[in-house]
Design a protein. Structure first.
Length: 118
């Protein structure tokens, strides 16, 4: 399901490394900048694609917090992402079909893989 989502941040900070546990995620943004987001703070998981691949990263994952300005972007090759994806897929109603659609996209688009129920 390709769409533009309201409430998405205009500027998203890129992550260098991500780890997770039962409480939430720890995101390393730079050597001196580490932030945390609890699972309760996560409000959306969005996959952003662009038409620039395959020579540059053309798929990014956006983890959007309950405060949209507290959100992070990461490429699939971000350290720790594979483990995180396995955890994200355990979220209730996480849409793996959307992930497949996004991975095959060659357009500039955003795909909503999960949103916290209201």
């Amino acid at each position: 399901m390709q769409s533009t989502q309201p409430g998405l941040p205009t500027a998203v900070i890129s992550a260098q490394r991500i780890e997770h546990d039962d409480a939430g995620m720890t995101i390393q943004l730079s050597t001196d900048n580490v932030e945390h987001m609890t699972w309760d703070e996560l409000s959306m998981v969005v996959i952003e694609t662009n038409s620039l691949g395959p020579f540059v990263d053309d798929v990014h994952w956006l983890l959007v917090g309950s405060d949209p300005e507290r959100s992070w972007r990461m490429a699939a090759d971000t350290a720790g992402f594979d483990d995180l994806l396995s955890r994200l897929q355990q979220l209730p109603a996480f849409d793996n079909d959307v992930v497949i659609d996004a991975m095959t996209s060659v357009d500039d688009a955003r795909f909503l893989a999960w949103q916290r129920p209201t």
